[in-house]
Structures are given as structure tokens and as C-alpha cells.
Write a protein that binds this ligand. Structure first.
Ligand SMILES: O=C(CO)COP(=O)(O)O
Length: 303
């Protein structure tokens, strides 16, 4: 398998997010605490940038990233998923594949995936790198396993652990500081969508969840409408695309370099509808990623 040839890419350039004249990021909510991280050499989330800056500006080479979020699923026997997935996948070029298993499996998974073109990531990290935080796992610990990514701000953590934008921002900053690519999750509730507030809510949430050091090349954004997660419901690909377009504008001048994933009830049957869209740079897949054949079908739905 030759997919993900760029996983071993060297650290990329971090580009700062342009500021509004007020000094705040576009859409940032009042009262958000500073991210606290100094500008740092985050690894590039884009694994295949061309040499020509004009091509970069056109965003011509945003490779699709298909990511599995296993949530709280998986035991050591499930390392067999890797072989089953590779077998089902066949040859996959021009796309990046990421698996975020539970923390208990991360080191073993990362070791097993090292030479097979599958990147790994954590599902959450602490805002601190070490200290008296019983039960927490730091970004530095995740990076120490060899993993390259970490999901922060997933709606299940926002809702179930009372994580607010200020916490997400601090976690994303910790991830960048540890050399990880944070996958910053944002999404509106059904009430917010029905009230016509989805784009304003999501862009505000994103502005307040991004740390100072975040540049379009050093982070990945996952747009996951809360009402689409685990429900079988999805926005139309057109609505998802409209949201991705709005998210890109949160990074003025460098939005074309930002990878934005869609997440929420992505299945083999609908993956192509989303992944064929120019604005949609990949998927963050929950339930359907647990089945190696199903996840392979999703990866192979990339056009
Ligand atoms: O939360 C998700 C990925 O992070 C999406 O979950 P489902 O694919 O199970 O809807």
C-alpha cells in the first residue's frame, strides 16, 4: 500500500491567522482566554504541499484526509483491524488516512501503523503538558507514542465534560506546542440550524477555539453538526459545503490551505456525496470506522 506517503513529512511552516483590526480573530467570542502558546513549529497538517506558492494559494493540492474516531471502542484484539482494513483497501493513493483509537491502544496502534501509511491520533488531550492531573493525558504524551494528531473540542466532550471554547483553545495550543496537529471540532445544534444561526454559531465557536499559534497549515478543522453525530441524519452536501466555505474565511488569506473535514453519520453509502465536493477535504468518521471493510469503502469513495 502506498497511501499516505507523506506521513513522515518534516515539520511544516506555521502561518499565523490574520487578525481583525480589533486584534481579535474574526468571529472570536468575547471573554475567550488567551491560548497561552507561543508561536511554535507545528507539523503541517497538509502533507503534500507543492513548491509553487501560487498552487498553494489556489488550494489545488489539499489532499483528502479520512479519519477514524473510534471513540470509547476497542480492545487489544482490535489491532487486527489494521490488517483487515489494509486488505479491504487495496492500493490507495493521493489521500491520507488517520486512525484515532482509544488512548489505551494508541501506542500499540501507532507502532503497528508506522510503516503502512496510516497516521494515528489521540481523541483528546489535557491543556497542561504534565502535572497533578489524575486521569488526564497530555499532548506531549500523545506525541511521545509517535502519534501525529489529536482531536480537540469534539461535541461529546463539549457536552459530556462541559468543555467550552476556552478549554478547547488551550488544548489545541497544548497540541501545537507538543508538535501535534490538532483537529478542532465545531458544529451547531439542531435548534441553532433551524433558527438559521448555524454559520454564525460555528464561525464564532471556531474563532474562540483557535489558539494564537494556529495557522491553516498546522491545524485541521472538523465540521460536525451535533445533530448529525450518530443519528443517521446529515446536512445536504451543499449545506456542508456552504459551512466549509464560511469556515475557510476564518483564516483570511490562507483559507485555501486549510483542511476541513465533514463528520456526522458518514457511511460507505453517502461518503462519495461529501468527499466529491471541492470544499470538503475529508471526513471524520465515528461508528462506521469500526468496521474495517466499511472504513475502506469510505476511503475509497474519495474522487
Ligand atoms: O462524532 C463523529 C466523529 O468524530 C461522527 O460520529 P458518527 O460517524 O458515528 O456519526
Amino acid at each position: 500500500m502506498t497511501c499516505g506517503a507523506g506521513f513522515g513529512a518534516s515539520p511544516g511552516k506555521t502561518i499565523s491567522v490574520a487578525r481583525e483590526p480589533s486584534g481579535e480573530r474574526r468571529g472570536q467570542q468575547a471573554g475567550a482566554a488567551p491560548g497561552g502558546a507561543a508561536r511554535c513549529p507545528a507539523r503541517s497538517a497538509l502533507l503534500s504541499l507543492p513548491e509553487d506558492p501560487a498552487d498553494r494559494r489556489r488550494g489545488a493540492v489539499r489532499r483528502k484526509l479520512i479519519a477514524a474516531n473510534w471513540k470509547m471502542h476497542g480492545l487489544s484484539d482490535d489491532l487486527s483491524w489494521i490488517d483487515a482494513f489494509r486488505e479491504a483497501l487495496g492500493e490507495a493513493h493521493d489521500r491520507d488516512i488517520l486512525v484515532c483509537p482509544p488512548a489505551t491502544l494508541l501506542a500499540a496502534f501507532t507502532k503497528a501503523c508506522r510503516d503502512v501509511g496510516i497516521a494515528t491520533g489521540g481523541q483528546d488531550c489535557a491543556a497542561a503538558q504534565e502535572g497533578a492531573y489524575t486521569g488526564d493525558i497530555s499532548a506531549r504524551m500523545i506525541a511521545d507514542t509517535g502519534a501525529r494528531y489529536v482531536i480537540v473540542g469534539h461535541s461529546e466532550r463539549r457536552a459530556g465534560h462541559d468543555e467550552r471554547d476556552v478549554h478547547v483553545r488551550a488544548k489545541a495550543a497544548a497540541a501545537l506546542e507538543a508538535g501535534l496537529v490538532p483537529i478542532v471540532c465545531v458544529g451547531e445544534t439542531l435548534e441553532q440550524r433551524e433558527a438559521g444561526e448555524a454559520i454564525a454559531v460555528v464561525t464564532n465557536q471556531l474563532g474562540a477555539s483557535l489558539p494564537e499559534a494556529a495557522g491553516a497549515q498546522g491545524v485541521v478543522i472538523a465540521y460536525e453538526p451535533v445533530w448529525a453525530i450518530g443519528t443517521g441524519r446529515t446536512p445536504s452536501p451543499e449545506d456542508a459545503e456552504a459551512m466549509h466555505r464560511a469556515i475557510r474565511k476564518v483564516f483570511p488569506g490562507e483559507g485555501a490551505m486549510l483542511r476541513i473535514l465533514y463528520g456526522g453519520s458518514v457511511k460507505p453509502e453517502n461518503a462519495g456525496d461529501f468527499l466529491s465536493r471541492a470544499e470538503i477535504d475529508g471526513a471524520l468518521v465515528g461508528g462506521a470506522s469500526l468496521d474495517p471493510e466499511g472504513f475502506a469503502r469510505i476511503v475509497n469513495a474519495v474522487w
